[in-house]
Write a protein that binds this ligand. Structure first.
Ligand code: SPQ
Length: 424
């Protein structure tokens, strides 16, 4: 499709859709709890619908209406052996967290996803779960489809070799079913929505900096979950507002959990005009209004423990850097290679096509600033975040930008193009 351009200015207010990570977890906890869970501002993107589909296949009734989702949870033992293979589509969060849930059930399950999922490593989740007694069969012992052979689990003390909320969460879901206390030691602090939701659903978890302790045999009660807007979706408008001349964009009801706000810190460090006003806390999840304006930006170095706090925003941050003065270096971000696509290669290839001087490194990218963006035919690699990054880049292009496979955006932001157009 032909992407929109705009050098005159983007102005207005956007309410980005619900947070993807929190939406997934609301269905999971709702299904594992006893009683009714209602979820409002749920993200109706393809990934979260895959999670709903998986739990329906496991025997959970989930009512979907435009204003809310109702999950009729039956407790852990309410999950039933599915008749077919569970299909997670494009969703890494669904498959990895489900491995932790299914490992402790009393039945076997086959779980698979699309071509991208079939290339993403599952060994990182299966390894700690095997230490807890879990049994899996997987392609090359690392890739989906995975057969989960449900069994009784034991607690573990596990130090994460990678900074990953998905691996951490899979271990937590297994630990909740084990007999005794599990200790998880994170490499770096990652998004903590699973920990927050345990508490919201009446369970217990203790967190002491990087050390998480979870007891087994925990039972949950249904809750009302209000999902804040997704800061990873807001990121595209944060960048657009900063780089398109004469722009001012207000983003309402954005989740500002500190484990997710690395992009705000980066924008401030680059000299961008950004104001964050805290408005509410939905459960344990804080939300606020973010306002950005066109800004003079300077290149910086991005690395270390901020990376997990902005990992999904790095493609669009690379674009932001291309419009700053000076060079920006992104390092310690080798995890980008195992996302929906290799996001280091994809960003470097596609932004280069548009004229950006950018090189990939083993663990990140180096981006030259003050780049003129040119028209090109670009592709999303089936990765929603690539597709949206390229639309924001196209705004400043001097001629037509054609995006192949734009549908990938439906994974996390079905109304993205309409929201961009609303700012004209
Ligand atoms: O679900 P999926 O496909 O893995 O989605 C992504 C994304 O860009 O939307 C990653 F590709 O987000 C992950 C994120 O990168 C969502 C997530 C979570 O909800 O726990 C955690 C991060 O992944 P990881 O591998 O660092 O744990």
């Amino acid at each position: 499709m032909q992407l929109m351009t705009n050098k005159q200015g983007l102005n207005g207010t956007i309410r980005v859709p619900g947070d993807k990570s929190i939406s997934h977890r609301s269905i999971m906890f709702g299904a594992l709890a006893k009683g009714t869970t209602t979820v409002t501002n749920f993200l109706m993107g393809e990934d979260c619908l895959s999670t709903i589909g998986a739990f329906r296949a496991l025997g959970i009734t989930i009512d979907v209406s435009p204003d809310k989702i109702v999950v009729h949870g039956k407790g852990w033992d309410g999950l039933q052996k599915p008749t077919g293979i569970l299909d997670v589509g494009n969703s890494g969060t669904t498959i990895r967290l489900m491995l932790g849930i299914l490992a402790g059930r009393s039945f076997d399950t086959m779980i698979e996803g699309d071509a991208s999922i079939a290339k993403r490593p599952m060994g990182r989740v299966m390894e700690p779960l095997r230490e807890m007694g879990a049994t899996f069969e997987a392609k090359e012992d690392n890739f989906a489809p995975v057969k989960v052979i449900g069994t009784n689990l034991r607690p573990v003390e596990y130090t994460l070799p990678v900074a990953s909320a998905q691996v951490k969460s899979a271990i937590i879901f297994a630990a909740l079913q084990a007999k005794g206390e599990t200790t998880i030691i994170e490499k770096e602090k990652t998004r903590d929505h699973t920990e927050q939701m345990i508490r919201q659903f009446g369970g217990e978890v203790t967190v002491d900096d990087l050390v998480i302790r979870v007891s087994g045999n925990q039972q949950f009660q249904g809750q009302a979950v209000v999902v804040p807007g997704d800061i990873s979706s807001a990121a595209f408008f944060i960048v657009a507002g900063l780089i398109v001349p004469n722009s001012k964009i207000r983003l309402e009801n954005v989740g500002i959990n500190p484990t997710r706000t690395g992009i705000i810190d980066v924008v401030k460090a680059m000299g961008g005009k950004i104001i964050v006003e805290k408005t509410s806390a939905a459960g344990d999840e804080p939300a606020g209004t973010i306002t950005v304006e066109t800004s003079e930006l300077k290149g910086i170095e991005i690395g270390g423990d901020i990376i997990p706090r902005l990992i999904d925003e790095l493609p669009v941050i690379a674009l932001l850097a291309s419009q700053a003065t000076g060079k920006t270096t992104i390092k310690d971000a080798e995890e980008l290679k195992v996302k929906e696509t290799n996001r280091i290669d994809a960003v470097v290839t596609e932004l280069s096509k548009m004229g950006v001087a950018i090189v990939g490194t083993e663990d990140g990218m180096i981006i030259e600033g003050q780049q003129t963006l040119h028209g090109a035919t670009v592709k999303s690699y089936g990765d929603h975040r690539m597709g949206m990054t390229l639309q924001i880049a196209a705004l400043l292009a001097d001629s037509d930008v054609i995006l192949e496979n734009a549908d990938a955006i439906n994974v996390s932001y079905p109304n993205f193009f309409e929201d961009v157009a609303s700012l004209y």
